[in-house]
Write a protein that binds this ligand. Structure first.
Ligand SMILES: [Zn+2]
Ligand SMILES: [Zn+2]
Length: 175
């Protein structure tokens, strides 16, 4: 069965022209459009850049996640959300798409898993960035060096990935 990957339309400005870069209202910097995630405008006629760049959003999210009340609420929402069959199917589709699109990332992750199993990499459960004791994962700055990793909590990982994305700006990857 042929599965086609559905691409969302590129972000445009109010005049309908494709945008090349954006201004982040949080860090007050102009950055490439790829440094921003996109959302639909209110009338769903076009996709526009979010007001904050990915890095600023990730930093903000981390602050939020450190609030125990917010953490519990996120956990609760996720528990409910993952139960629905629609959400499960959606996740399965996303995984399939991902396998196709990012084989290098996947290979790097598999290499990490195997290294963990061998005991060459060990989870300490402490984030090297914020020093908090959290559920951690291994972050790659460069997927071509699969075992060159740092242990980060989820929130710091998101910031690190956004930062890498900014510095590399892969062509054609606008998600
Ligand atoms: Zn910013
Ligand atoms: Zn952290």
């Amino acid at each position: 069965m042929q599965m086609s990957v559905k691409h969302l339309p590129s972000p445009t400005n109010a005049a309908g022209e494709r945008v090349v870069d954006g201004y982040c209202t949080q860090c007050k910097q102009t950055k490439s459009a790829k440094a921003f995630s996109c959302e639909w405008n209110r009338s769903k006629t076009r996709r526009k850049l979010r007001a904050w760049c990915r890095v600023c959003r990730a930093v903000y999210d981390r602050e939020k996640r450190n609030d125990p009340v917010v953490r519990e609420r996120i956990r609760q929402i996720n528990r409910e959300y993952y139960k629905t069959p629609q959400r499960r199917a959606q996740l399965a589709r996303a995984r399939k798409r991902y396998r196709k699109r990012c084989p290098e990332k996947l290979a790097a992750r598999t290499a990490v898993q195997m290294a963990v199993r061998r005991g060459d990499l060990i989870y300490t459960g402490i984030c090297v960035h914020c020093y908090k004791k959290r559920k951690t994962g291994f972050h790659h700055d460069d997927y071509s060096r699969p075992l060159d990793v740092v242990e980060l909590c989820k929130a710091c990982h998101k910031i690190a990935d956004a930062t890498v994305m900014l510095s590399t700006l892969p062509e054609g990857d606008e998600r």
